[in-house]
Unconditional design. Structure first.
Length: 239
């Protein structure tokens, strides 16, 4: 199942000029960063190691300018951003669900700078209400050094674990967290309730208290992430 996609059009390797444009976009960002934000972060993370180190500072400034909605002079990262796609090659990137797991399908035909620019410009064009969170996801991606897989998804989502995130956890994190800790979907538990439920389930999951050794680390990570989400929600209700 397709969750998000982005076409990045860019100069061909033999072209004398360096240009970037955007094509088809399906970038849902609600709740932020959404599947769209995760895909943009994945594109950036996959290309950062190949980016010329001399361009990293300029990339930082570009992300700040786009996040603030400022006008962006051209060219940036030695590429000119344009609307016209005539004469350009296409890279097609997708975030898909395989069963209940989320996977990247990245097609990087162009340079690292072109792929990163396309993703960053797409992030700057998302709905203003979600742009700040999406840009923060891009910043996380810029710091990533590792495989493009489940651990990256957890990193981009702000989760502490390195497990494979499911579509349910990413699309409806609060609902997922309630389910993991055994609360009703419509409930809004207080901080004390969340902590008590977490400690109780943690004891059941821990091998030292009779829990199964196989899968214990994943279960404990899941409980901790669910607690983090619900405690954050409880704090928002108190403010």
């Amino acid at each position: 199942m397709l969750l998000a996609e982005l076409e990045i059009w860019h100069s061909r390797p033999i072209a004398p000029t360096r240009r970037v444009a955007l094509g088809e976009r399906l970038l849902p960002t609600d709740p932020a960063p959404g599947f769209g934000g995760l895909l943009l972060g994945g594109i950036v993370a996959a290309s950062m190691e190949e980016l010329d180190p001399d361009l990293v500072g300029e990339l930082d400034r570009l992300v700040l300018d786009l996040g603030a909605g400022r006008r962006v002079p051209q060219p940036r990262l030695r590429h000119r951003f344009q609307v016209d796609r005539i004469g350009l090659a296409r890279s097609h990137h997708r975030l898909v669900a395989q069963g209940d797991e989320v996977e990247f399908e990245l097609e990087d035909q162009g340079s690292a700078a072109a792929q990163i620019l396309g993703a960053v410009y797409a992030a700057g064009a998302v709905d203003e209400a979600h742009r700040h969170v999406v840009m923060e996801t891009v910043r996380r991606a810029m710091r990533w050094r590792g495989p493009v897989g489940p651990s990256l998804i957890a990193h981009l989502s702000g989760g502490g674990g390195a497990r494979g995130w499911t579509t349910a956890a990413l699309a409806h994190p609060h609902r997922w967290a309630l389910s993991v800790l055994g609360f009703a979907d419509a409930s809004a538990p207080e901080r004390g309730e969340v902590q008590r439920r977490f400690r109780s389930l943690l004891r059941l999951a821990h091998p030292d208290h009779g829990g199964a050794s196989e899968g214990a680390a994943e279960r404990i990570s899941e409980l901790a992430e669910a607690r983090r989400i619900l405690l954050a929600a409880a704090s928002e209700l108190c403010t």
